[in-house]
Design a protein around this ligand. Structure first.
Ligand code: FAD
Length: 426
């Protein structure tokens, strides 16, 4: 029986010769040296691209998890890279620390989240990798190597976002903040008003994001700000029920867009505006049951409204089967060499397609719009870019590739997909 592996959405499948979960860094090093190549590492398999796919070996760090040590004064926590974000939140809360920001879910491993520049939203909040103080990796020779920001900032910037191709992260130190509380509010507004006031609305809060509901003309805006108030109950999640409604309306009325739009607007009008205060770890993550595939591009912040308007027009003119909301966020600029937020405040636009049918026609049609606005693709979400395109988007590309060659001179971590991204010959 061959081993079989698939990602969360089921779109990427692999039949590696070996799948293994080493117990510690020593065992991991031995496997990197001896296992059939290419050797790819998996976090939680929540990426939509074939980053993890390998016909050689897929290694999971599920046993290399948990807290190593912490510094209460500086709010630093050293954790093993296989730790999932859900347990990590509780570990940190227990030592008086909080992640400054999070994305939509807490299922990823911290190594996997770092590997693709996973992010939340907030004009002054960076993605997870911006919290890195130290990293420990197993390199392509199976050797442990340590780097820290104080001693070698360049190496942290080179390997903080590395797609599992600059060594395998075993331990990382995260620069956290003291635990905190957020007031989260949600309300519905016309998309025209949202786009007209985009800059103010997206920058007036610690964290702001919005979902555009195709064929409705409306967006749901979500704002989060620090709060000292008493906690109040977080309302039950309506996202899955809302998706079911949107899917049913699509199926029944896809060919009658104005009636479909009217019914969606009526349903949205009944949504209660949400307003609650909770500890940080009870605010960010949602449960995503309905499987989808996703493309997300990171654009210069000011291009966001124009690009989104074009994506909406494309969807509503040519893709009546699409019903998943589009998600729009901001991410602070950073210095990491392969970070899609490298040196620019970003507006991220994500489009989703039901995993039950082929997402490619929609994704292929949308991608040229994102690219026209100088978008950089999310490393873990669908895109068609290859080394030649990517090199133009990343000013430190050549420096990053030189570091990669030093860490992995024999290309142990290079699968055919990774070779196509990095321009590495067979
Ligand atoms: C339902 C859903 C919601 C999502 N929400 C968001 C969101 O809000 N924001 C966002 O930015 N993204 C989001 N994503 C994308 C997701 O966060 C990224 O694709 C992330 O990389 C997945 O983490 P993972 O642990 O599953 O990693 P995997 O997909 O398993 O791996 C991702 C990459 O990291 C590498 N890697 C994994 N572990 C290590 C390690 N120890 N050392 C070195 N490299 C390693 C892998 O080789 C691979 O290249 C979402 C995805 C899904 C399915």
């Amino acid at each position: 029986m061959p081993n079989t592996w698939s990602n969360w959405s089921g779109f990427v499948k692999a039949e590696p010769r070996l799948m293994a979960s080493p117990a510690d860094a020593g065992e991991l090093g031995d496997l990197v040296r001896t296992a059939p190549g290419p050797v790819r590492v998996v976090g939680a398999g929540h990426s939509f691209t074939p980053l993890v796919k390998s016909e050689g070996t897929i290694l999971s760090l599920e046993k290399i998890e948990g807290l190593v040590s912490h510094d209460a004064e500086r709010h630093l926590a050293r954790v093993r890279a296989g730790t999932r974000l859900g347990p990590l939140m509780h570990i940190l809360q227990g030592i008086g620390q909080g992640l400054p920001n999070m994305g939509d879910i807490d299922r990823q491993a911290i190594g996997g989240a770092l590997g693709t520049a996973t992010h939340g939203s907030g004009p002054e909040l960076g993605a997870y990798h911006t919290q890195l103080e130290t990293v420990q990796i197993v390199d392509g020779h199976g050797k442990l190597r340590d780097f820290d920001r104080a001693g070698d900032q360049d190496m942290i910037h080179a390997i903080g976002v590395a797609l599992g191709a600059f060594g395998i992260l075993t331990e990382v130190t995260l620069n956290n903040i003291p635990t905190y509380r957020l007031r989260r509010r949600k309300w519905v507004l016309p998309i025209a008003a949202m786009l007209a006031d985009f800059e103010t609305m997206m920058t007036a809060h610690r964290s702001a994001e919005f979902y555009f509901i195709p064929f409705s003309g409306y967006a749901q805006f979500i704002a989060s700000d620090l709060s000292d108030a008493e906690t109040t109950e977080r309302p039950a999640e309506e996202d899955e029920a809302a998706l079911t409604t949107l899917r049913r309306l699509r199926t029944a009325l896809g060919w009658l867009p104005s009636l479909r739009g009217w019914l969606i607007r009526s349903a949205m009008a009944k949504l209660p505006a949400e307003d609650y205060v909770q500890d940080w770890l009870n605010v960010y993550a949602s449960d995503r049951q309905t499987k989808f595939n996703e493309m997300e591009y990171h654009l210069p912040f000011e291009e966001g409204p124009k690009a989104l308007a074009e994506i909406i027009e494309l969807t509503e003119k040519r893709f009546p089967k699409v019903y998943f909301p589009m998600e729009v966020r901001t991410v602070a600029a950073d210095e990491f060499w392969l970070s899609p937020f490298h040196k620019r405040l970003t507006c991220s636009i994500a489009i989703h397609h039901d995993a039950a049918s082929d997402p490619m026609p929609f994704m292929r049609a949308a991608e040229p719009i994102f690219r026209r606005y100088s978008g950089r693709p999310h490393w873990g979400k669908m895109h068609s870019l290859k080394a030649g395109d990517l090199k133009k988007l990343y000013p430190r590309w050549d420096d990053a590739m030189a570091v990669r060659r030093d860490i992995d001179p024999e290309n142990r971590f290079v699968s055919p997909y990774m070779a196509s991204l990095f321009g590495i010959d067979g």
